[in-house]
Write a protein that binds this ligand. Structure first.
Ligand code: PGA
Length: 254
């Protein structure tokens, strides 16, 4: 049984005080549900505060990125071991804003993934096509290339049970208000699972594939009800406590 994973990607938003307030509200108001994990992904500089606020709760936290090097003279970068100093359980890798605004390549993301896996930090590998790629019927091909960068790593063979996740986020649906329909998202999630299953049936059956792109309280339930959708990665709507709480609580069994 794959546990539903609900993640709030706060991106480069909130002041320190706002981040603290949001984390405290979530901690006080979220009643833990069985078979569900909730995690927030604040900016690096607020991870210390997250650890202090959330450590004695059911809520988890992670970082939005990490360096593709272990340590050394890499000005401005943050390493996997630094994230672990703040008890991060997860790291987002290859978010479309990292790929498209900061030109991160599949090779860089693979380096980060390997470092995270070696350290026991769970990666949330983000994949997804642009609108132009979808319109040119290249969505699956693009996603397969993004997946291959990680699936071909020797470290994947060594993991019997998956300690990483995939987030399918169509680039055209991020921050645009345009959501893939539940059926459109399910189709890609199923194709991702089938693709992984060609070489590794156990991994395909157990790996969680979550959906992201303009998820809000009004559409989360129907998205989560899809068979191959194991959670959601929420950007804008995770910054509003009522909205995010609704998503965290929403019924996914209809
Ligand atoms: P959005 O962002 O929910 O604001 O579209 C999702 C994401 O980028 O993770």
């Amino acid at each position: 049984m794959r546990k539903t994973f609900i993640a709030g990607n706060w991106k480069m938003n909130l002041s320190k005080q706002q981040a603290i307030t949001l984390a405290n509200q979530l901690k006080q108001q979220y009643q833990p549900l069985e078979n569900r994990q909730i995690a927030v992904f604040p900016a690096f500089v607020y991870l210390d505060a997250m650890q202090q606020i959330l450590q004695d709760s059911s809520l988890e936290w992670g970082a939005q990125n990490c360096a593709d090097k272990a340590a050394g003279a890499f000005t401005g970068e943050v390493s996997v071991s630094m994230l672990q100093d703040f008890a991060c359980k997860y790291v987002l890798l290859g978010h479309s804003e990292r790929r498209h605004v900061y030109q991160e390549t599949n090779a860089m993301i693979a380096e980060k993934f390997t470092l995270a896996q070696q350290a026991g930090l769970q990666s949330v590998l983000c994949v997804g096509e642009t609108l132009a790629q979808r319109e040119a019927n290249q969505a699956l091909e693009v996603i397969q290339r993004q997946l291959d960068a990680v699936l071909d790593l020797p470290i994947i063979e060594a993991t019997a049970t998956p300690n990483w996740l995939i987030a399918y986020e169509p680039v055209w649906a991020i921050g645009t208000g345009k959501t893939a329909s539940p059926a459109q998202a399910q189709e890609i999630h199923q194709q991702i699972r089938e693709y992984i299953g060609k070489n590794n049936g156990n991994l395909a059956a157990n790996l969680r594939i979550i959906y992201g792109g303009s998820v809000k309280a009004a559409n989360a339930g129907e998205i989560l009800a899809m068979e191959d959708i194991d959670g959601v990665l929420v950007g804008g709507a995770s910054l509003k406590i009522e909205e995010f709480l609704e998503i965290c609580k929403c019924n996914n069994s209809y």
